[in-house]
Design a protein around this ligand. Structure first.
Ligand SMILES: Cc1ncc(COP(=O)(O)O)c(C=O)c1O
Length: 331
């Protein structure tokens, strides 16, 4: 049962199927053209506002599709490990489908995040001083209670669900030339490749990651999965490894891959506020900074920069909004 879920295909057809599930639980997110940004960047600058989704990120799309399939399998509950958007998405989508959910967070995790996950309807268990220790607890719950472990990347129904975002992009902007996306575990970039490239292979897909959590970037460069240190403040990028299911899809399909310093990531948060009046988290605003670095080759094109999420901590927001970019909008 579990193997069938993990081995399910990821394809345009499956994204179309997932879309009907996702769209019955949430509105499409807006795609907006920003004149000021277009002028600065020299291309038609569109933003796909996944930061405005319920739970504040694109992740909910994957959660909804996973839970829809779980609910048809007679599985008694779900468990995952996360301190961020994945945990919130699993908690919220499980509640939508009446499925019990447990989210394991490391000892000492931010109490505000724990409250959000609990408010979304999941039981939170604090366990382990690092990912490996917490992962053991997830495995133990999964086997003792028969709960399904919802992995943040190696999860085909999650990737197909996230793909619904890119069907929306094609409908909202059929002449899209390029999309710029943050990459952590890779579910979003893999979904973009599976969807957009199947519809029009010449659409350019660019990925962004933090310099100090660059496992996916290094894996892409070397053509094989490698591990790297993971030190960024930006939760969406925070992974120490690439993951097989998503890596296999994006490894030969990216037009390019940009990495950003921590201060550039903060600047993206400030610029998103200045130019679009939106609250974004680090990975969310990173696509603006990546666009700035790529602007020479994007001149005159229709470019979609995705704001992936809005769950920044008060400290992160304060740091970003003290930067000059928040006041003058300059890159
Ligand atoms: C806000 C945000 N942006 C980007 C990402 C990266 O997404 P993925 O893990 O699908 O690469 C995440 C992942 O959690 C996220 O929460």
């Amino acid at each position: 049962m579990t193997t069938a879920l993990k081995n399910y295909p990821i394809s345009l057809l499956e994204v179309i199927r997932a879309r009907s599930v996702v769209s019955s639980h949430m509105e499409p997110s807006p795609l907006r053209l920003y004149a000021g940004l277009s002028q600065l960047l020299g291309f038609n600058a569109y933003v796909k506002h996944e930061n405005q989704n319920i739970t504040g990120s694109f992740k909910i799309r994957g959660g909804i599709n996973v839970m829809s399939h779980i609910s048809q399998q007679g599985i008694s509950g779900v468990v995952t490990f996360s301190t961020g958007n994945h945990g919130l998405s699993v908690a919220t989508s499980a509640k939508m489908f009446g499925i019990p959910a447990i989210v394991v967070v490391p000892n000492g995790a931010n109490p505000a995040k724990i409250r959000l996950i609990e408010a979304a309807g999941a039981e939170v268990i604090e366990a382990g001083d690092n990912f490996d220790e917490s992962a053991l607890v997830v495995a133990e719950i999964s086997s003792s209670r028969g709960f399904y472990y919802v992995h943040p990347a190696n999860e085909p129904h999650l990737v197909n669900g996230v793909g619904s975002e890119f069907l929306e992009v094609i409908e909202q902007l059929p002449d899209v030339d390029a999309v710029i996306l943050p990459l952590g575990g890779g579910s979003e970039v893999a979904a973009a490749v599976a969807t957009l490239k199947a519809i029009r292979p010449e659409i350019e897909v660019y990925a962004v990651q933090a310099e100090c959590s660059s496992a996916a970037y290094q894996s892409w460069k070397q053509g094989r999965i490698v591990e790297r240190s993971n030190e960024t403040f930006a939760g969406g990028f925070a992974t120490g490894s690439a993951y097989e299911t998503t890596f296999d899809i994006y490894k030969d399909q990216l037009t390019d891959f940009v990495t950003l310093s921590e201060s550039e990531i903060y600047q993206g948060i400030a610029l998103a506020a200045y130019h679009t009046k939106n609250l974004v988290e680090g990975a969310g605003g990173s696509t603006l900074m990546a666009a700035w670095k790529l602007k020479e080759r994007l001149q005159g094109k229709n470019v979609v920069m995705q704001f992936s999420g809005s769950n920044a901590s008060p400290d992160e927001i304060r740091t970003a909004y003290e930067l000059d970019a928040f006041y003058d909008g300059r890159f």
